[in-house]
Ligand binder design. Sequence first.
Ligand SMILES: Nc1ncnc2c1ncn2[C@@H]1O[C@H](COP(=O)(O)OP(=O)(O)OP(=O)(O)O)[C@@H](O)[C@H]1O
Length: 244
Amino acid sequence: MIEAQEVRKQFGTVQALGGVSFTARDGQITALLGPNGAGKTTLLRTLVGMLRRDHGTIAVDGIDPERDPLAVRANIGFLTDQFGLYERLSTREYLTYFGELNGMEKRALRERIDEVSEMLAMDDILERRSKGFSQGQRIKVALARALLHRPRHLLLDEPTRGLDVMSTRAVRHALSTLRKEGCCVVMATHVMQEVSHLCDDVIVIAKGHTVAQGTPDELCRRTGIANLEDAFVRLVGTDEGIVA
Ligand SMILES: Nc1ncnc2c1ncn2[C@@H]1O[C@H](COP(=O)(O)OP(=O)(O)OP(=O)(O)O)[C@@H](O)[C@H]1O
């Protein structure tokens, strides 16, 4: 479980997070929904301890990522907007490298790489070097890396951007499987269809503040609007950055 209370973060004169509070539960996929520049990426980076917050509290299974970043990271898989692939390594070599860094035993690691590869439908790129990989192929490798050590929490920054229909389905299916296994998934996205069909809970964030949290149905009921996209626009007061 991830809990945040009144988290604030400023970059120079820009208040990226002005007071974000929410709870993301185990066994649920929680969407982080907000217009461009709302603070979603900043929030994810703060949750994983890559950025220091200026104010507020964060607890990942009760642990503050600033106090014990290694303990938190051992239990978090993070898909950022920067994939950090090593172009001269094949996908398998790359995943093996990070699995070993995480202390995974050789045989278990080999089996897990095959498992994750099947989960994400990426067998075709497993033995290829990542130089020249398409955007979708890059996302898959980065996502495989995030999943490799079976983290209890998964933080994803727009995981299906640039993916084709089949790959999007593979990723959504993988996320449903992880939810069943009890993983706490938090996912920033602009894809409303994904939120409606996949997510149990939604955090709506605008200009660095949480403006609502609830199931897609609750958000619709609260605004008195039947359609989630229109409810979202009402909550944030803009239709910037929405993908139907
Ligand atoms: N390192 C930084 N230095 C200065 N400003 C930053 C930095 N990182 C983020 N910001 C600013 O903080 C605000 C929130 O940015 P963030 O990337 O968190 O938004 P986002 O919700 O992820 O947006 P998008 O949907 O466009 O990806 C923006 O105004 C952004 O310009």
